[in-house]
Design a binder for this molecule. Structure first.
Ligand SMILES: Cc1cc2nc3c(=O)[nH]c(=O)nc-3n(C[C@H](O)[C@H](O)[C@H](O)COP(=O)(O)O)c2cc1C
Length: 327
């Protein structure tokens, strides 16, 4: 049984060795060494995501070598801590996934210490990372109180409570950030990061009022000078309104681009999430609109709070604004 009064006083900043309790959410295609470095240099935790960097576009280079080169690039640019994204499959499935073990090997060879592990609770996988000396920030795709407790008991260091408000793949239960954060905070003793719809200082203050010990921010960072997203995507986010967002499948929402309107119509008319996701991938996934800048052909995945994103700033400008209470 847990002892009373074990709610941790350990600060996220101390666990991760960073100045401010702000963690940049990994975003498929939308991270690279320069961006991750900018976040870490500004006092947050930069996190390398899937398909990071220019090399990611080169299909002749292996996933492991792309990752290794991006990590080495970060090391040239900063001595500050940074993390990388790992996918955690359902228990029992990890050995079938060569990508997972080989990327983990690269990460440890390159001495990456901090992992944003996203996916399902997987005790064996957590244990492997802990045994190799890693620090785990765990984000369950659809967070639940029961799995948060299991994750805590399996050695996870920090847990992310993600609300339905978030950008990217949305949780499969429609529980908003305001509801999921206190539920997870009450269930575990390790620090909780709030994720989903945090774009300005009001969001940060709300997260801390709900008991979070830090914030996990994705969408806001897309509209930064250093983010590799296309200028077209950044402008589209600034110009779009929360009330115009469309669910293009059960997994993703988008600003109302031409392609998003068609996909949302397909989904509404009864096509399954699996079918629509296949169509999204056929049309170029997140990459075509968000990275390559062909906005009308793609989807622009964002959180539900985009009305509060009014201008592009430097990463440091965003962090200084969000972390003003921690100066
Ligand atoms: C465009 C986009 C791509 C994303 N891709 C990933 C990903 O590859 N891996 C991951 O763990 N999370 C991904 N996410 C989710 C983020 O890590 C994070 O949970 C989310 O951005 C936080 O909510 P916010 O966007 O409201 O700040 C993505 C989010 C966005 C907006």
């Amino acid at each position: 049984m847990k002892e009373m009064n074990t709610k941790t006083n350990t600060r996220v900043e101390d666990i991760l060795g960073i100045k401010y309790p702000i963690i940049q959410a990994p975003m498929n295609w939308l991270t690279n060494a320069e961006f991750v470095t900018a976040v870490s240099e500004a006092g947050g935790l930069g996190v390398l995501g899937f398909n990071a960097g220019l090399l990611a576009k080169d299909e002749t280079v292996s996933i492991e070598e792309k990752l290794r080169s991006e990590i080495r690039e970060i090391r040239k640019l900063t001595a500050k801590p940074f993390g990388m994204n790992l996918y955690s499959p359902q228990e029992g499935m990890e050995k079938d996934n060569v990508y997972i073990s080989s990327t983990l090997d690269v990460a440890f060879e390159e001495e990456v210490k901090i992992f944003v592990v996203v996916g399902e609770v997987n005790r064996a996988f957590f244990k492997e990372i802990k045994n190799r000396g890693g620090i785990i920030i765990f984000r369950e795709l659809t967070p639940s109180v029961v799995s948060a407790k299991i994750a805590e008991d399996s050695g996870v260091d920090i847990i992310v409570a993600t609300g339905y408000d978030e950008g990217g793949h949305i949780p499969q239960r429609q529980i908003g950030t305001f509801s999921i954060v206190p539920a997870i905070v009450d269930a575990v003793d390790i620090p909780v990061l709030a994720a989903g719809g945090i774009n300005d200082i009001r969001g940060v203050r709300a997260a801390f009022a709900l008991g979070a010990k830090g914030v996990f921010v994705g969408t806001r960072f897309i509209v930064s000078e250093e983010n590799p997203a296309s200028e077209e995507a950044k402008q589209d986010i600034i110009n779009s309104k929360s009330e115009d967002l469309l669910l293009v499948s059960g997994l993703q929402r988008s600003t109302p681009t031409k392609s998003a309107v068609e996909l949302a119509q397909m989904y509404k008319s009864g096509r399954s999430t699996g079918e629509v996701e296949q169509e999204i991938n056929k049309r170029g996934g997140l990459r075509i609109g968000m990275l390559d800048g062909e906005v009308s052909k793609g989807i622009i995945s964002v959180n539900t709070a985009i009305d509060t994103i009014k201008e592009k700033k430097t990463v440091k400008g965003i962090i200084d604004e969000l972390m003003a209470d921690f100066q």
